[in-house]
Design a protein around this ligand. Structure first.
Ligand SMILES: *Cc1c(COP(=O)(O)O)cnc(C)c1O
Length: 389
């Protein structure tokens, strides 16, 4: 491995950090504070704090409309939304998922004694490779969970035809994909259902929260029961359920943030375009492109370190962090290299070459509210110097 060039004026060589304040990945956008406080006061006056309150129901309606989908079932987190969707779809046995994703995709299955089977990704899209999915199907397979990584919609048509052919359920972890489209169709309309995360670091947040989007009336009703212990009416329990309810205060943050969605997208797109221009002549990293024909939320600026780089991905991340550019590895190591999966399938890596390769190369760059064109240029100059050999 090559040493970083010690003659450069870099923090890692003892110079002052390029930025005095840290630049973060996933810094939350906070909308109109006055509006949030007004909603909060209304909630306190109403003394209706949770249990399917009016703010939650309004938020569900707004999110369903935004995605042109019949139902939005709000939950306390994306992970619980995944668990409830998996249970409502009656998945069991084995379910195929990518390994290059956030660990919750796999955990939501394992937590319910369902075996996640990892299939490889397409290295260009970072999403499930349908051919790899097909290879992992066994008589025990009951479903496929695709992930729309970085908000770029998975190969929904190919996955649906595999699901139809083998009579499998298909659902999506759409944690990154709020508002995103494929061929103009909004997320929420693919597979049996799709799960959003509203965690504070996501494009749209409710502090903690999530939701399932679906056009299936019966499935939506089952999930509404399951998120409230299975209660149907005051004293009548008709399902095993859990507590997946979203609070009113979380929904108030959501109603606040939904007002500024367009502003956040404009900001994110501007930052992404600034990176795109600044990185155009940098051969050592490739920027993952968003399809401008589609709606994107541009929440993640993702680069892959190329073979042209004389230094490693980890050296670049460490040196950027020393400059107060808190760039991050993402989904590294892959799920199959984390416990319990690394113990359960010690040899899974031999089927997951693209997943491993991508996870070794990706860097996510800061793109939040604190970024502007000038800061983007300075971040890119640091990358240029670092990888200039
Ligand atoms: C954030 C995330 C989740 C989990 O959502 P939470 O709201 O944090 O529980 C699941 N899958 C992916 C791909 C995520 O990025």
């Amino acid at each position: 491995m090559k040493q970083l060039n010690t003659t450069h004026d870099l923090a890692i060589n003892g110079a002052e950090p390029a930025f005095t304040e840290p630049l973060h990945v996933g810094r939350p956008s906070i909308g109109d504070r006055e509006l949030f406080l007004r909603f909060t006061n209304e909630i306190l006056d109403r003394q209706w704090l949770t249990n399917n309150g009016p703010v939650v129901r309004e938020l569900e309606g707004r999110i369903a409309d935004y995605h042109d989908v019949s139902h939005c079932v709000a939950m306390c987190s994306g992970t619980v939304a995944l668990e409830i969707a998996i249970r409502a779809l009656q998945l069991k046995g084995e379910v195929i998922v990518p390994s290059y994703t956030f660990i919750a995709t796999a955990h939501a299955l394992h937590w319910q004694a369902i075996t996640p089977i990892f299939a490889d990704i397409d290295p260009h899209t970072h999403n499930l490779d349908p051919a790899a999915v097909r290879r992992m199907i066994t008589p025990r397979t009951t479903g496929i969970i695709g992930v729309h990584l970085w908000g770029r919609i998975a190969a929904v048509e190919a996955l649906q035809s595999i699901a139809d052919e083998y009579q499998l359920k298909l659902m999506f972890d759409a944690a990154h994909a709020f508002g995103c489209t494929r061929a103009g169709t909004k997320v929420g309309n693919f597979g049996s259902c799709e799960v959003l995360s509203f965690h504070a670091t996501k494009f749209f947040h409710t502090f903690e929260g999530g939701a399932v989007l679906t056009n299936d009336d019966e499935l939506a009703e089952t999930m509404r029961l399951m998120r409230n212990f299975g209660f149907s009416g005051v004293d009548n329990v008709i399902h095993p359920g859990t507590n997946g309810k979203m609070t009113e205060i979380a929904a108030a943050m959501g109603l606040t943030n939904i007002q500024s969605i367009d502003k956040v997208i404009d900001h994110n797109r501007g930052v992404y375009q600034a990176y795109s221009e600044a990185l155009a002549d940098v051969a050592t990293v490739d920027l993952l492109a968003y399809d401008e024909e589609e709606s994107n939320n541009y929440q993640y600026v993702v680069v892959e370190v190329t073979d042209n780089s004389p230094v490693t991905r980890d050296q670049i991340v460490d040196a950027l962090q020393a400059e107060n550019v808190l760039a991050r590895r993402y989904f590294w190591p892959c799920c199959h290299r984390k416990k319990p999966y690394s113990d359960l399938y010690p040899n899974a890596g031999s089927f997951l070459l693209n997943s491993e390769r991508v996870s070794e190369r990706v860097i996510v760059l800061p793109a939040g509210p604190e970024m502007d064109d000038e800061r983007v240029d300075r971040v890119v100059s640091i990358i240029r110097v670092l990888t200039s050999g």
